[in-house]
Design a protein around this ligand. Sequence first.
Ligand code: SAM
Length: 306
Amino acid sequence: MFSYRHAFHAGNHADVLKHTMLIAILRHLTQKDSPLVVVDTHAGAGLYRLDGDYAGTSGEATDGVVKLFAALAPADSSKVAIKDIAPVLQDYMETVAGFNPSGQLKMYPGSPFIAQALLREEARDKLKLFEMHPTDSKALAANIAQLKAGRQVAAARQDGFEGLKAFLPPPSRRALVLIDPSYEIKSDYQKVSGCIQDSLKRFSTGTYVVWYPVIPRPEAHELPRRLKTLANQAGKPWLHATLAIGQAEDRNVPGEPGRGQGLTASGMFVINPPHTLKPALTLALPQLLQVLGRGRGKGQTLEAGG
Ligand code: SAM
């Protein structure tokens, strides 16, 4: 069950999409004075070394955050690939750069560190983290301790689908929930939709953000459809974004289609998105595709409803 380690994937194209959207949503939700509760049901280790053993093995950041920085923040600024960088992409890059004061991309912040960086002490925002992996939960606890964030951040080695229930509805009636499983086990897809259904009953006005892999598996195709139905049944607005970087021709394994490519596409489904999210992504997604797109199968989609 615990073969997935996010360190292998940190900073890949899926993280770029996920964290760009997370930042855009948090920027909006932290504009109101009342306290915000952020629950990250599948937190990971929180902070990753891009030059470490794990990231180095697969080098997935090379097709993600590293490629983005090379194109949009090159050492020679006259070589920048896009002149008018979408504000949410700029914000994502500045947030990541904030963890790399030397100017070289060495560290990659996971969702807990990104959220913590954007939360406000004075507004008494809170961050609740769940991570089940024995090693990653220890790493998360150690990383969080370094932040000296006190009672603002709490991490538990507990099932996030279950742990979330205790925080809904939050006293301030303002919450952002990120549900980002590894989908190692097929039942995760059903657990996600069950969790959203239950959460909407407990607290229908929360902002719910679900990441999922776009892979040839019926459960993966079904998940966004199911989430759309749940949002529509609850009468809540939703937004659905996908980014496919497509195939890298030089990585194809002859006679074994799809092998050697790794994950090529992912999606984000948001219930009760900020009204600013769609226009922000309308600008950012084509730019992400321009920079990260590799070949056959590349594309992006953005739809909203409710
Ligand atoms: N959200 C993180 C980020 O964006 O930086 C990445 C999370 S990673 C995709 C998924 C994590 O969920 C893994 O570290 C895995 O060990 C953990 N996990 C798996 N099942 C879990 C569960 N039921 N509850 C909490 N964590 C779980």
